[in-house]
Design a protein around this ligand. Structure first.
Ligand SMILES: [Zn+2]
Length: 266
């Protein structure tokens, strides 16, 4: 499904791509704008979505350019209706690397907030959905978008940025597997709470579904780390037994059963 994307252009050598469902978001924005204020409504509504995604690209570039400093390859940044996704060939296990890569995205948003703050014209109104009358109001909207994007991503809902920051801090004290276990546990608990708040407080079912996806992503990433740890233990034990059979025995002729895979929590 993630393959259904359109390549846009390259930035810092990273391919920027747009998932086809992103076109549906633009169509929806255009339709909403048209219903609200005709042609000018379309212009503002579509422009607003593009403005949000311009900030999303800057956020993802924050992650990507920091990751590259740690030798991580970043072939693509994919834009989805729910946000951006920088594709890394691996996630560094070194806590300081994961911490800096994860915090770099929200840091870009908060830096933009700091830049726009002196330029703000009115009080920030989160419910303002009308067409801005002055250029300065666009600045306000941009300020608000970055404040929400930066702030929301810092909440420790693993595997989102805040959750990765949380894991990297835990990993300075715990093993990588235990740190992932607790980060995923907190992430899953917060996503259940988030989904319930979305349904019962805001009747926002799409938001609840989004939290459902985050829950599944946390669970799947923990299982992936668990599987890798199990495999590492398995091969280490196998290597130890093969080595233990002594010289003279050819590989594959050692006696005994391979060690069973260990099973952790869940
Ligand atoms: Zn991010």
């Amino acid at each position: 499904m993630l393959g259904w994307s359109i390549n846009l252009f390259r930035i810092f050598g990273i391919q920027l791509a747009m998932h086809v469902s992103f076109l549906l978001l633009l169509l929806f924005a255009a339709w909403e704008g048209w219903m609200g204020a005709g042609l000018a409504g379309i212009g503002w509504s579509v422009g607003f979505v593009l403005m949000i995604f311009f900030c999303v690209v800057l956020h993802e570039l924050g992650h990507s350019l920091t990751a590259r400093r740690y030798g991580v390859r970043v072939p693509r940044i994919l834009l989805l209706p729910i946000g951006g996704m920088a594709e890394f060939d691996r996630i560094p296990r070194q806590p300081s690397a994961e911490f800096l890569i994860s915090i770099a995205g929200p840091a870009v948003n908060l830096a933009l907030v700091a830049l726009l703050w002196p330029l703000r014209s009115h009080a920030i109104d989160p419910n303002e959905t009308g067409i801005p009358l002055a250029f300065s109001e666009i600045g306000n909207q941009l300020l608000y978008v970055n404040l929400v994007m930066g702030g929301f991503n810092l909440i420790p809902v693993f595997p989102m940025d805040g959750g990765r920051i949380f894991r990297s801090v835990l990993a300075t004290r715990l093993t990588y597997l235990r740190a992932t276990y607790w980060a995923a546990m907190v992430g899953k608990t917060l996503s259940i709470m988030g989904a319930l708040i979305m349904v019962f407080l805001f009747q926002h079912y799409l938001g609840a579904i989004l939290f459902g996806f985050i829950f599944m992503a946390a669970d799947s990433e923990y299982r992936q780390v668990l599987r890798r740890e199990e495999e590492a233990v398995y091969w280490a034990e196998l290597a130890r037994r093969v080595a233990g059979t002594g010289a003279g025995s050819s590989p594959g002729q050692w006696q005994g059963q391979p060690p069973p895979l260990i099973h952790g929590p869940n």
